[in-house]
Design a protein around this ligand. Sequence first.
Ligand SMILES: C[S@@+](CC[C@H](N)C(=O)[O-])C[C@H]1O[C@@H](n2cnc3c(N)ncnc32)[C@H](O)[C@@H]1O
Length: 258
Amino acid sequence: MDWVKDFYEGSVRWWGEAESVIGERDRRRVALLHRLLGDAPKTILDLGCGSATTAAAFAQAGHRVVGVDLVDRSGFTAPLIAQAVPGALRVLQADFYEVDLGERFDVVTYWNGFGIGDDRDQRRLLRRIAAEWLTEEGTAMIDVFNPLVWAAWHGDVEHRPAIPEAGYHHDLFERNGFDPVSNRAELTWADAADAEERFTQYLRCYSPADLRLLLETTGLRLHRIVAGEEPLDPAAVHTGHLPLLEEHYEYLAVLKPD
Ligand SMILES: C[S@@+](CC[C@H](N)C(=O)[O-])C[C@H]1O[C@@H](n2cnc3c(N)ncnc32)[C@H](O)[C@@H]1O
């Protein structure tokens, strides 16, 4: 995982400003959690919280949230914390493999980041969620990268022009690759104006069936999947399910303690 800190520090330079305001995606995540678990106030641990905009949206919705991220984005998170009800939002700069939180939560979330390591790393994190952070009746909600969609994007190159008025100040190229043996997406981002600014991100993808295997011995089980609007029962048959076959590059795994 040597690339992780460099990549995400680079991404703060590239997208930090654009991603520092609460937006539609954050509100959608709040609405989804309310749909699945109800809107009564909860304690939430948000792993890999980035600029903490989703964590701040949950705090605005009446929950108490602790966000953890490896990278220092305090310049962006400080205004969000200042706007929240005192005590409703805390953001720690820490490695979630190391951090000692000393409390349990009703919900543990990890949006758009699971799969940054290898299987052993992912299992280590899942075990920590089950053994140290979730309450007995708690729920983990984790976005998981969908291999079918990433594989279909292999070879695609996208130009992402700068949009300064939206906080995107760099002209970037994104190249997608997919390794079908390790089931890993490989995204290389390059700054068109600076040959030195080039990072590759590796994302281990899991089909729901793979995820179930990964969960064995972690203390968590797959309860539901959400890809698109309706939650799916992972034990049922889903032949031809287009949202998972073609449409969503990630799905939400809803996990419960064993
Ligand atoms: C793709 S970003 C997603 C950010 C945010 N959850 C969102 O959806 O916008 C993944 C985040 O995980 C963080 N991260 C990666 N490894 C981490 C670790 N070991 N401990 C804490 N945070 C980590 C990165 O710094 C990055 O901010």
